[in-house]
Design a protein around this ligand. Structure first.
Ligand code: NAX
Length: 335
């Protein structure tokens, strides 16, 4: 029998936590052969909600679920953990400056990184969902000096999936036939969703867009004026229409991210924010989104892609924001 995998979910009493737990326990993330043990970490105000979710997990009687425990201290919650999904974060509230937001999140992700360093399993993989996700991942990684930096990632798969959804709808194609879309940079409005290398059944997406939309110039306009802002600001659109932020789609993307990390990507690349090794001019050490493949259980940045002047400009703008965030958390003593 396969040994259960221990997974720690922070913010487990919140919205995304609620959407995540049942899919993980059902086998959607690690597969139908792998049992799981869930560690739910909350702050004291969130513990009752997490305990309630734990009761419902029991009631769902998932055969793969070998245990659920609720914690309110990171040291115990990360003990022996193999996959950490860091969802709980301090949201921006009215009147809060960016510095306050970064400081509040530094107070969460610093200690969590330290607890991962002290107690997690050797093969630990971390994905940060809580915003500002890239910089929160940077903070956590900087408090975990004994954990290889490539084990810390942030989620941009939701942005990636949003891009697939928009392209499929516009081109009348199935999402499953799309390959090699990229999200570059920060999980924020500055991100760059890039279709220049994308294909559908081997055909170039830019060429298909030009054919569909009436020429190369119209296709370019559609990308700049419609597609890129729609993907980058989709979170706000969901809030406006649904009256509440993205939850199930975010949980689903987090599951896609971990599943591909563990089991590998096939049919081209995906997007994830990983610690930069300097590829594509992104300063080393920044947690930035790249085109990535998962090979032998590790993310690899896809190398050697042609980046035109437009893409270079867009990537640089988002990376500049990441540099600013890094400088801000450095100035606050958070890294
Ligand atoms: P909720 O407010 O419903 O849940 C957050 C939970 O985290 C709460 O139960 C809270 O008690 C808990 N929490 C706060 N501090 C904690 C700590 N130090 N340790 C453990 N738990 C803690 O928010 P939800 O809708 O679930 O969103 C969670 C986070 O995901 C937010 O930061 C949100 O901005 C972020 N998102 C990130 C996305 C991405 O693509 N990277 C997309 C969706 C989402 O916006």
């Amino acid at each position: 029998s396969v040994k259960p995998v221990t997974i720690t979910i922070t913010g487990a009493g919140g919205q995304i936590g609620y959407a995540l737990l049942f899919r993980i326990a059902s086998g959607a993330m690690l597969g139908a052969e792998t049992p799981v043990r869930l560690h739910l970490l909350e702050i004291p105000q969130g513990v009752r909600a997490a305990e309630g979710a734990a009761l419902e997990l029991q009631d769902a009687a998932f055969p793969l679920l070998h245990g659920v425990e609720v914690f309110d201290d990171p040291a115990s919650a990360f003990q022996g953990t193999e996959i950490a999904m860091l969802v709980g974060a301090r949201p921006r509230t009215a009147g809060m400056e960016r510095g306050d937001l970064l400081a509040a999140n530094g107070g969460i992700f610093g200690p969590q990184g330290a607890a991962i360093n002290a107690g997690a399993a050797d093969g630990i993989r971390v994905v940060v969902v809580g915003n500002p996700a890239n910089t929160n991942a940077l903070i956590a990684a900087s408090h975990a000096p004994d954990v290889p930096a490539d084990r810390f990632t942030a989620l941009t798969r939701l942005d990636h999936n949003r891009a697939l959804g928009q392209l499929a709808a516009t081109l009348g194609a199935q999402v499953g036939s799309l390959r090699d879309v990229t999200i570059w940079g920060n999980h924020s409005a500055t991100q760059f969703p890039d279709v220049s290398h994308a294909t559908i059944d081997g055909e170039s997406v830019p060429a298909l867009l030009a054919a569909r939309l009436g020429g190369v110039d119209t296709a370019k306009e559609w990308l700049v004026d419609t597609f890129i802002p729609r993907v980058a600001k989709r979170g706000a659109e969901i809030i406006e229409v649904r009256g509440s932020s993205s939850v199930a789609s975010a949980a689903s993307a987090a599951i896609d991210h971990v599943r591909d990390w563990v089991h590998g990507t096939e049919n081209g690349w995906t997007s994830a924010a990983v610690v930069s090794d300097g590829s594509y001019g992104v300063p080393e050490g920044l947690v930035s989104s790249f085109p990535v493949e998962s090979v032998d259980g590790a993310w690899r940045i896809v190398q050697g892609l042609e980046v035109d002047a437009f893409a270079e400009h867009r990537i640089a703008a988002s990376v500049a924001e990441l540099v600013e965030e890094r400088e801000a958390v450095r100035a606050l003593g958070l890294i």
